[in-house]
Write a protein that binds this ligand. Structure first.
Ligand SMILES: Cc1cc2nc3c(=O)[nH]c(=O)nc-3n(C[C@H](O)[C@H](O)[C@H](O)COP(=O)(O)O)c2cc1C
Length: 313
């Protein structure tokens, strides 16, 4: 039985990996494998890295909502220098492709991060152009076709060590147009989707639950939205897509593959069930045995294009 996929040149032993920001730097669990066997993962995706160390937003930064999670972490991270010196040496010892998620407030910051990560020879970059939890950068770039394309061009020009994935979210944008522009400017793949802007209000205190007001919504409640986006974008671009959003079991992961994703990331549900990625791998193998599927690629993009009535439901 073959679960291997080729993700823009990265050879993954299976399509399943953690989503950025929900698995720290991937180094914390290397030696603690009772609940989680990281060595089975198809890849590792790091927390978003910026040039300088960031403290993130003040609390409350996380709130549970029905079937989901609101977060406003604000990209707390150790910064590129400490990442390369402290985290990367541990990560590169694992025999697993590592995708480094990066974030910048200006074009030049993305350029600098791309240069540093190229020098360190990390395996791939995921550009976070869609974070709703910061005042500068983040979403700004991913909401505009031109600026998204420009960041891709800049990063592709400096980062030669591996593929560059662009992470987008459907917040007030035509995600198809932006995805196509990123492909045109050289993106090797797309990560769809980041969190969707959301909010919760404490009616007793008449205050926002998350002080910043707006936060990023994730978890099972966004799964159908993310699935639809992956399906739609899959039929518009040729580059591979990583499906992200609300995966809670092997079926919700396989839905992404059937909709056209080449791989999947699991985020919020890691907080509920830390061993979920290992479980999804095992359950997928069982599913393949049951359905006599020899190669996972048989189901990738197996849903036919149907005419979808978007304008007049
Ligand atoms: C606590 C938390 C932190 C996150 N941090 C990042 C980040 O640093 N960079 C990024 O691109 N996405 C980040 N995300 C978004 C996730 O990677 C993922 O796109 C989103 O949560 C949807 O997947 P899920 O529903 O499986 O959680 C974060 C999500 C959560 C819940």
């Amino acid at each position: 039985m073959n679960l291997e996929v080729n993700l823009a040149g990265l050879k993954l032993k299976n399509p399943f990996m953690p989503a950025s920001g929900t698995f720290a730097y991937g180094t914390e669990l290397i030696y603690h494998t009772e609940a989680i066997n990281i060595k089975e993962f198809g890849a590792i995706v790091t927390k978003g890295i910026s040039i300088k160390e960031r403290a993130g937003n003040p609390p409350e930064r996380i709130a549970e909502v029905p079937c989901g999670l609101l977060n406003s972490i604000g990209l707390e991270n150790v910064g590129i220098e400490r990442f390369i010196n402290e985290k990367w040496p541990l990560l590169k010892k694992l025999d697993i492709p590592v995708i480094v998620n990066v974030f910048g407030e200006k074009e030049e910051e993305f350029e600098f991060l791309a240069e540093e990560l190229d020098r360190a020879c990390v395996h791939a970059i995921e550009l976070n152009l869609s974070c709703p939890n910061v005042d500068k950068g983040g979403m700004e770039f991913g909401q505009n076709k031109k600026s998204a394309g420009r960041i891709v061009e800049i990063v592709k020009n400096k980062f030669k060590a591996g593929p560059v994935f662009v992470k987008l979210a459907p917040n007030f944008v035509n995600i198809i147009d932006i995805a196509k522009e990123c492909e045109k400017k050289g993106a090797d793949g797309l990560s769809l989707i980041n969190t969707i802007m959301g909010m919760a209000i404490d009616v007793e205190r008449r205050e926002f639950v998350i002080p910043r007001g707006v936060a990023g919504l994730s978890g099972p409640c966004i799964h159908p939205i993310a699935l639809y986006i992956v399906y739609r974008v899959y039929h518009e671009v040729k580059i591979p897509i990583i499906g992200i959003g609300g995966i809670y079991d092997y079926k919700s992961a396989l839905e992404f593959l059937m909709a056209g994703a080449r791989a999947c990331q699991i985020g919020s549900m890691l907080f509920v069930e830390p061993g979920i990625i290992n479980k999804i791998i095992k359950d997928t193998e069982e599913y393949m045995r049951r359905h006599k599927i020899n190669d996972i690629k048989e189901i990738i993009g197996c849903m036919q294009i149907r005419k979808i009535r978007e304008e007049k439901p």
